[in-house]
Design a protein around this ligand. Structure first.
Ligand SMILES: C[S@@+](CC[C@H](N)C(=O)[O-])C[C@H]1O[C@@H](n2cnc3c(N)ncnc32)[C@H](O)[C@@H]1O
Length: 325
């Protein structure tokens, strides 16, 4: 499975871009962009080269880690999936394309699209020296128009994108993205109740048009979770020195919470249960919250069931687990 930290050539390309740039200026811009996001705004605040770089330094490591974790979950369920083409919708600095390139050696064609020219320029610059990504095709266009005449792809990804458009437009984009999906559509959002709400709406909409779920759900039925609960996962990622400086943070790591759904054209044959929270391990038992084909289950695996207990001790939040795992 792919590691959650940025690949070495991407880190090097980001570091090269940072040369000569004041970290204080970049941190200031990153703080402003983050505030815009917190206040419900989108990437419209990213206008200049410095803005784009500040956004990438502050957010690319976390969104890369979330997309990587989601793709790892897809690969665990479908080890034989070998997409040749990718369509990265709302690609920004190209995060999901880098993550998909690392996850799938089979990928040969990378199509990206985004309405933000500063992020597009940065993406092209970051990819320039990458053997896998230097030939990306990146269209600078609004998603609905770009999708209408985009080439279909085996894998379509929308990473941290659908939250930037209104509900009606989101539903249209979901339909258009699905129409361009030959095999798998992955949508990743922040792991907040609102992000989960957008994932669930797209999930229901597309199941209604014949899609199946590969991950995280072990079924195509209604989500068994009810508010205030919501389905989300977490991925720990290392913070580089520059990343800490830009975020004005002390800790050498951060935990990115994300929600996702991977929809496929054909039903998947393996439908393992999904671990929905970090299991609690005591000397008496392992208690784990599982989403199963039959709904939500709180599994209790007693220590006296030695082999099962040993297996359950290894379960982690987000894992897909079979009875024999
Ligand atoms: C939060 S960024 C995420 C970027 C990248 N996918 C990532 O995961 O790092 C959202 C991106 O979606 C793009 N976007 C939002 N609405 C769009 C639209 N209607 N058409 C095209 N791009 C859009 C923004 O320009 C921005 O680059």
């Amino acid at each position: 499975m792919t590691a959650p930290d940025l690949p070495a050539d991407l880190k090097a390309a980001l570091d090269a871009r940072l040369q000569g740039l004041s970290r204080t200026d970049a941190a200031g811009r990153a703080a402003l962009i983050s505030k815009t996001y917190r206040d419900g705004g989108g990437s419209g605040a990213i206008r200049s080269e410095v803005d784009a770089l500040a956004y990438a330094m502050a957010r690319m490591p976390a969104t890369y880690a979330a997309v990587t974790a989601s793709l790892n979950a897809v690969r665990a369920i479908r080890p034989d999936f070998a997409p040749k083409s990718l369509l990265d919708v709302g690609a920004g600095p190209g995060t999901a394309s880098w993550a998909a390139a690392a996850a799938f050696a089979s990928l040969q064609r990378f199509g990206l699209l985004d309405a933000n020219d500063a992020l597009r320029a940065l993406a092209l610059d970051l990819a320039r020296n990458s053997p896998r990504l230097r030939d990306i095709r990146y269209r600078h266009r609004e998603a609905r128009a770009a999708l209408a005449d985009a080439e279909p792809a085996d894998l379509v990804v929308a990473s941290y994108m659908i939250g930037e458009v209104g509900a009606t437009e989101r539903s249209t984009l979901a339909e258009l993205m699905w129409a361009k999906t030959r095999d798998t559509l992955l949508i990743v959002e922040p792991g907040t109740p609102a992000g989960y709400g957008r994932i669930i709406a797209a999930r229901e909409q597309l199941i209604g048009t014949g899609a199946h779920i590969a991950a995280p759900c072990p079924h195509d039925g209604k989500c068994p979770l009810h508010a205030p609960d919501w389905c989300h996962f977490t991925q720990r990622l290392p913070r580089s020195r520059a990343h800490k400086q830009i975020k004005e943070a002390e800790l050498p790591f951060e935990d990115e919470k994300f929600s996702y759904v991977a929809l496929t054209r054909a039903p998947v044959s393996r439908r393992p249960a999904r671990v929905l929270a970090q299991p609690v391990v005591t000397k008496i038992e392992v208690t784990a919250k599982l989403c199963t084909a039959d709904g939500l289950v709180i599994a209790r695996v007693p220590r006296r069931a030695k082999a099962d207990y040993a297996r359950a001790r290894r379960w982690r939040w987000g894992d897909a687990v079979m009875a024999e795992d």
